[in-house]
Write a protein that binds this ligand. Structure first.
Ligand code: NAG
Ligand code: NAG
Ligand code: NAG
Ligand code: NAG
Ligand code: NAG
Length: 680
């Protein structure tokens, strides 16, 4: 059986594919007619393979159907499935919990963290849909979403990459002035992830976004082909992005490269072989005169840890051997996967059954367990530890979980757990229309003139995390959780406790599971006099239920429900002031079921992350409405101007075995493989 082709077009390029939503064989004759070219028959076959999923795939091409949303046939990003909130725990959460903080510091604080800790990982194939069409046509909602975080944290981190980066080609130009094109017709990658072609204008687009929002970027070296590596993205990335380029991934999920049916590396490819590839890369960089900065470039190994353990990689000596070339250490992790539902292999997970797994501190503490040692190893080697790709579940997430308020709480707890354990950054993945977990989703292209963006719960996690950490670069986190349904963390800056992050994972409108933190500062450990403030300010992240899919608010402001956001917070800011009992030296802060409360213990901590005037961009961009048809350039790439498409990759021979002439003579404007790298 063959996977279905893309159901939910994102761009004009993808829209044409939706015309051919045929399981086995795609007839492109209509297309070539529409394009005014000689008509011919094209048969495009997709491989039929079982895939090991660790990280996520390009979710634009997965189907939206899932067990729980069986009757819904639209894009996953708008799936209406609402689950039931788990029943309140028995016994209920402790209704009063004492939170004793100490001025001067506490044992076990994390290292100092910057406010851009929580960033985004954008699948490369959807980059233009999310960022903009070209360097002079930027998506305004995206600018606003990044600006919100910049105003709180000072800057933003975004990765453009994913499985689709691995065979991406930087080309001189693409038809119709487009800057990124998906090679749907040449999808030889056993994950079914089609290769990409893009132009340097994608990098100019990114740099323009940086100029407005102080966004800094991660990219990736295509790693499938090592002979030689295509380093155009590094050469051009350095030239165009300058300091806005943080680092490049050297391999995305290499522990899966040889996992059947993938054949990106020979069977048995292991950590030592990966180190060999890094050596090849480092040598090639050394002799590439177009690369001006050769140190601190790469992130390794970005494994899923489903096949190799991080320690297997560290034990090779790779970090010490290549320390000058390495920017940092990276891993990718999704706690669960929805692959069975998406790919119709095996028994689908029932989201309702696993929903409670996300609504407890045990989720983050068990997820971190496999990385505590690695984060310490990274620090010992003076490298940042980066969670390069994560989200609620791979293979697009789960309907009703990934897009629920519960996911906002889960994402915050997971990010805080990583920060506490000395990770330096965590990037939450953004897929296409067919992902449930997107922090933000632009409307389908054919609706972009009358609809706005959909902001998911994970964006709220990011926004709140930017306030939790703030702009000081000095926030130190400590996990002081007493009950798994009510995680709590304290944030210290330069020895002073400045904030408290308090959770309630329970949904209980009766109030029986609301809890109150009784906070006091000072004394104890350091012997200093009591320093409990006379009042504290509190911002709440709220929704009616953990199962809610809308009406999320952060300090009463919202980014709207489906199709309602231009990236600006709407509504009046509502911050609670809680007067403390100065005699007892305690402040009582209520944490309703469900909610998250950020308690500001100092005025400066509050004002640093509470902009008076939001930095926003108005929507002046217009989306073109006329349909366009895009002809895939890598058809040329593999064909020298002729393409016979058969059930094998890169078929180029004339009239070969497909049982009929399958040739298409194409205008000569590109021989992309001959000059895949743009050099200036
Ligand atoms: C994180 O790093 C700090 C040093 O900055 C250290 O004291 C702390 O123990 C580390 N935490 C963990 C969980 O390793
Ligand atoms: C950028 O995209 C817009 C919208 O499609 C288009 O009008 C404009 O001509 C493009 N600019 C360039 C330089 O290609
Ligand atoms: C965007 O980038 C182009 C270069 O490609 C530049 O000419 C243009 O001025 C930039 N626009 C903005 C708003 O920075
Ligand atoms: C947009 O395209 C999708 C898929 O081709 C189609 O189902 C939908 O009706 C279109 N919507 C509009 C408003 O044209
Ligand atoms: C935090 O670090 C960033 C990046 O290194 C720097 O630009 C910023 O000025 C620092 N902020 C403070 C308050 O030191």
């Amino acid at each position: 059986m063959t996977q279905k082709l893309h159901k939910h077009p994102l761009t004009p390029l993808l829209r044409f594919v939706s015309l051919h939503d045929t399981p086995k064989c795609v007839d492109l004759s209509l297309l070539s007619l529409a394009f005014g070219l000689a008509s011919a028959q094209y048969h495009v076959y997709r491989p039929n393979n079982q895939v090991v999923f660790g990280g996520d795939d390009d979710t634009t091409q997965t189907q939206s159907a899932s067990a729980a949303a069986a009757s819904y046939t639209g894009a996953a990003a708008y799936d209406p499935t609402v689950l039931q909130a788990p029943a309140p725990p028995n016994p209920p959460v402790p209704t009063n919990q004492i939170v004793q903080l100490f001025s001067g510091g506490m044992n076990g604080l994390s290292k100092q963290q910057h406010g851009a800790f929580f960033g985004f990982s954008v699948e490369m194939s959807v980059a233009t849909h999310i960022l903009g069409k070209n360097s002079s046509f930027v998506q305004v909602p995206f600018l606003n979403l990044m600006a919100n975080i910049k105003q709180r944290a000072g800057w933003v981190q975004v990765r453009i990459g994913g499985n689709t980066q691995e065979s991406a080609e930087l080309v001189q130009s693409l038809p119709n002035g487009t800057i990124l094109a998906k090679d749907l017709l040449n999808s030889f990658n056993p994950t079914g992830t089609p290769p990409l072609a893009y132009t340097a204008d994608l990098l100019y687009l990114m740099n323009n976004i940086s100029a407005l929002t102080n966004t800094h970027w991660y990219l990736g070296i295509p790693f499938f082909n090592t002979t030689p590596f295509a380093l155009g993205i590094l050469e051009q990335g350095q030239t165009i992005l300058g300091n806005n380029l943080i680092a490049l991934q050297a391999g995305n999920e290499p522990d899966l490269y040889a996992q059947p049916p993938r054949t990106h590396r020979p069977t048995g490819y292991g950590p030592v072989d990966y180190m060999g590839d890094i050596g090849t890369l480092v040598n090639q960089v050394a002799s590439d005169s177009l690369i001006s900065i050769k140190d601190n470039l790469f992130l390794i190994p970005s494994i899923t840890a489903t096949v190799w353990k991080p320690e297997d990689v560290w034990n090779t000596g790779i970090v010490q051997n290549y320390t000058n070339s390495l920017f940092g250490l990276a891993v990718e992790r999704y706690p669960k996967n929805n692959c069975a539902a998406v790919y119709k292999t095996g028994t689908p997970v029932n989201p309702q059954e696993v929903f409670p797994d996300y609504l407890t501190h045990d989720s983050s503490s068990s997820l971190i367990a496999g990385y505590v040692n690695s984060a310490q190893f990274a620090m010992a080697n003076n490298k940042p530890m980066i969670m390069f790709e994560t989200n609620t579940a791979s293979c697009s997430g789960f309907p009703g979980i990934s897009d629920s308020f519960g996911a906002a709480l889960w994402g915050l707890d997971w990010a805080l757990m990583m920060a506490f354990n000395n990770f330096s950054t965590a990037l939450f993945h953004v897929g296409g229309q067919n992902a449930y977990y997107n922090p933000f989703t632009p409307p389908p292209t054919n609706q972009s003139t009358f609809r706005q963006w959909t902001i998911g719960p994970i964006y709220y996690s990011a926004l709140v995390m930017s306030e939790v950490l703030g702009p000081s670069n000095a926030s130190q986190i400590i996990d002081i959780t007493q009950n798994p349904f009510t995680p709590m963390y304290a944030i210290y800056e330069n020895g002073t406790p400045t904030k408290l992050a308090l959770f309630n994972f329970v949904t209980d409108p009766s109030g029986a599971n609301d809890w109150t933190a009784t906070i006091s500062v000072g004394g104890g450990q350091t012997g200093q006099p009591g320093a409990t403030p006379s009042s504290v300010k509190v911002k709440y992240l709220s929704a009616q239920s953990v199962a809610s899919k809308g009406n999320f608010t952060w300090a009463n402001q919202t980014l709207g429900n489906q199709f309602q956001s231009d990236g600006r917070l709407q509504g009046n800011l509502d911050v609670q002031t809680v007067n403390c009992d100065t005699t007892a030296g305690t402040c009582q802060v209520k944490v309703p079921a469900p909610s998250f409360a950020l308690v500001f213990l100092t005025d400066s901590a509050f004002s640093a992350v509470t902009p008076d005037v939001p930095l926003t961009y108005s929507t002046s961009a217009v989306t073109r409405t006329a349909n366009t048809i895009f002809i895939d350039p890598s058809m040329l790439a593999t064909s020298n101007g002729h393409y016979g498409m058969e059930d094998k990759k890169g078929a180029t021979s004339f009239g070969s075995s497909s049982g009929g002439p399958a040739l298409w003579t194409f205008p000569v404007h590109a021989r992309l493989h001959e000059r895949p790298v743009l050099r200036i």
